[in-house]
Write a protein that binds this ligand. Structure first.
Ligand code: NDP
Length: 246
């Protein structure tokens, strides 16, 4: 595919987990991919190396999405390397759990900073720069629907992300840019698996009637639909990708 016609995707939090699967999938669908990471430099470069081995185009780009200056530099880097991104996928996220009554300020502030402010930072940059016809996908969580105890702060950041994206989809009237959220259920990445007992993992993997954990590729398939040729009529929606959990 020539440089002039190839579309460009910027995926935040693409060094590991769901974001890495999305980056690999979009590269195989023909996008040039900017693989953003915060701290996992080696993992991000491994994602890029695999994409290149498979014949795709990708770069790794470090930026903490909670910092607007770093997000501006991230978009500058994407533009300088491939061009203005046609697709933005906000997968960067952190999750800390605990009963609200026992939650420390630091826990609240850090999830707000990465999950909500981070998404705001990239949405604002995309709203200013993205060409007509672009696609934006935010990662939410099915816990916004399931409302499980200990998830209050995390789910609140993602509920805010959903509504912020829905409103942006209306503000972008006239530019043919869609904004949607994908809300996974339990998905086999370190964000979900770390700190849980085998019994907890087994129980949550049976919370849906298909009786298995989501895999990062399940979520990547959903994102690929929304940013691909068949997803253009979906706008301002949240698609729960969870095997039917909620
Ligand atoms: P992982 O913990 O596996 O990966 C998180 C990714 O986010 C890493 O690439 C990490 O980069 C990046 N990241 C974290 N903080 C920042 C930051 N400040 N700036 C830039 N990148 C950052 O998580 P998942 O892949 O599981 O989660 C992806 C998204 O899906 C998240 O938004 C999460 O909330 C959501 N989700 C996940 C579910 C699950 O069960 N796994 C369920 C529902 C939603 P690095 O390692 O380089 O620091």
């Amino acid at each position: 595919m020539s440089d002039e016609t190839q579309k460009i995707a910027l995926v935040t939090g693409a060094s590991r987990g769901i974001g890495a699967a999305i980056a690999r999938r979009l590269a195989s669908d023909g996008f040039a991919v900017v693989v953003n990471y915060a701290g996992s430099e080696d993992a991000a470069h491994a994602v890029v190396a695999q994409i290149r081995t498979d014949g795709g185009r990708a770069i790794a780009a470090q930026a903490d999405v909670s910092d607007p200056a770093q997000v501006a530099q991230l978009f500058d880097r994407a533009e300088a390397t491939f061009g203005v991104p046609d697709v933005l996928v906000n997968s960067a996220g952190i999750m800390q759990l605990g009963p609200l009554a026992e939650s420390e300020d630091e826990m609240f502030d850090s999830m707000i900073a990465t999950n909500l402010k981070g998404t705001f930072n990239t949405l604002r940059a995309a709203a200013r720069r993205m060409p007509n016809g672009g696609r934006i996908v935010n990662l939410s969580t099915s816990v916004v629907g399931a409302k499980l105890p200990t998830y209050s702060i995390y789910a609140a950041t993602k509920a805010a992300v959903e509504v912020m994206g829905d409103i942006l989809s209306k503000e972008l009237r006239g530019r043919k840019i869609t904004v949607n959220s994908v809300a996974p259920g339990p998905t086999a990445t370190s964000l979900f698996l770390d700190g849980k007992t085998d019994a907890q993992i087994e129980s949550l993997s049976k919370a849906n009637p298909l009786e298995r954990l989501g895999q990062p590729e399940d979520i990547a398939n959903t994102v690929a639909f929304l940013v691909g040729p068949d997803g253009g009529w979906i706008n301002g929606q949240t698609l729960r990708a969870n095997g039917g959990m909620v």
